[in-house]
Design a protein around this ligand. Structure first.
Ligand SMILES: *[C@@H]1O[C@H](CO)[C@@H](O)[C@H](O)[C@H]1NC(C)=O
Ligand SMILES: *[C@@H]1O[C@H](CO)[C@@H](O)[C@H](O)[C@H]1NC(C)=O
Ligand SMILES: *[C@@H]1O[C@H](CO)[C@@H](O)[C@H](O)[C@H]1NC(C)=O
Length: 334
């Protein structure tokens, strides 16, 4: 090989990465500002002006189809920040962002900035294990592209926003482990057909749950660890497609023997409430049922024997008024 050819090959090798960079230059500048707004954490050391943000940068992905090579995923997780920082304001300048994850960072504090409404393509917003606080802001109601809102294990307070069902594409909410108080709004019965997940566990919710919730066909409903009361039987229903119902640690009170059971149920957790009546008749015919806990209620009658139930521990049934039969002591006959 001539020296010239070797030189050419070297030139190609040196300049190819720069020439083939996919990262949009504006997105790159915005990301570098975000890094600065977080105090240049060492976890973002892969975010370098000289490298391609599409592919080489931790927590950054770019779109391939609709807006090719525009940043559409930003995952700011496990950053190990050394002091408190606000949610970096420049995030809202990424015009094609679809997925935003801010998780496992005690040192992310403050409230959600109103400029979030600029993120008109945002589909998923996850804020989890942070110290972000404040009410769930009303300006989120303008973000019609939102498909999932997860605000968990942070310091959110105030009440549940009544406008949530007005987000047409919303498939679920996980608002858990915060300080949300008050009642579940009546409007929650009007979520669209695509809405399948409602997780509100570990808050300070009180009062009765609205009867309108009976209109929903939820796959997952978790209201556990609140102070809710009254009837929750409308969450059940034989024509629904529910897989998980978790109502543990509330003050719900209704006749459990009368609920309809969807064939798709896998997990039923209702312990530590004030349920009365018997166990529902259809339990034995639930082929997918993997977990049942009805302990600490006021239930009575004989535990159905067989099916998926035969492996359950007695603590799944303990502390009721007069449940009996295996794995509890046998029923006394008169
Ligand atoms: C982030 O930084 C911490 C502490 O410096 C380190 O333990 C962790 O592995 C880093 N994570 C990533 C994804 O670089
Ligand atoms: C975040 O919350 C934790 C737990 O409540 C607290 O110990 C910590 O000091 C908070 N950090 C900041 C930066 O506010
Ligand atoms: C059922 O729930 C009770 C109270 O919440 C708990 O103590 C018990 O361990 C649970 N049983 C099973 C099998 O999970």
């Amino acid at each position: 090989m001539s020296h010239l050819r070797i030189l050419l090959v070297l030139l190609v090798l040196v300049f190819t990465p720069a020439l083939s960079e996919l990262c949009n230059p504006e997105d790159k500048q915005i990301l570098l500002r975000i890094k600065k707004e977080l105090g240049n954490p060492s976890n973002l050391s892969s975010w370098l002006p000289t490298t391609d943000c599409c592919g080489n940068w931790v927590g950054v992905s770019c779109a391939t189809h609709t807006q090719p090579n525009r940043v559409n995923v930003l995952d700011l997780s496990d950053l190990h920040l050394r002091k408190p920082y606000l949610i970096p304001p420049s995030i809202t300048d990424l015009p094609y962002l679809q997925y935003l994850y801010i998780t496992n960072s005690d040192n992310i504090v403050g409230t959600l900035p109103p400029t979030f409404t600029k993120l008109t393509h945002l589909r998923r917003l996850h804020i989890r294990f942070t110290n972000v606080s404040g009410h769930i802001p009303d300006f989120l109601s303008q973000m019609k592209s939102l498909e999932y809102i997860l605000l968990s294990n942070s310091k959110f307070s105030g009440t549940l926003p009544t406008w949530l069902p007005s987000l047409p594409k919303l498939t679920g909410i996980s608002i858990e482990g915060n300080r949300i108080s008050g009642a579940i709004p009546d409007s929650f019965g009007s979520f669209s057909k695509v809405f399948k997940t409602m997780t509100l566990t570990g808050n300070r919710l009180t009062g009765k749950i609205p009867a309108t919730l009976g209109k929903l066909d939820l796959e997952i409903v978790d209201l556990s660890d609140n102070m809710l009361e009254g009837d929750a039987s409308m969450l059940f229903g034989s024509k629904k497609h529910t897989q998980l119902i978790h109502l543990t640690n509330n003050k719900f009170s209704f006749d459990f023997g009368k609920v309809g059971l969807s064939k798709t149920l896998k997990i039923i957790e209702v312990s530590n409430n004030r349920l009365y009546g018997t166990l529902p008749k259809g339990l034995l015919s639930l082929n997918d049922l993997r977990w049942l806990n009805v302990s600490h209620n006021n239930l009575c009658g004989e535990i159905p024997q067989g099916g998926g139930l035969k492996y359950l521990h007695e603590s799944s049934y303990a502390h009721n008024k007069c449940l009996c039969g295996s794995p509890l002591p046998s029923c006394k006959r008169f």
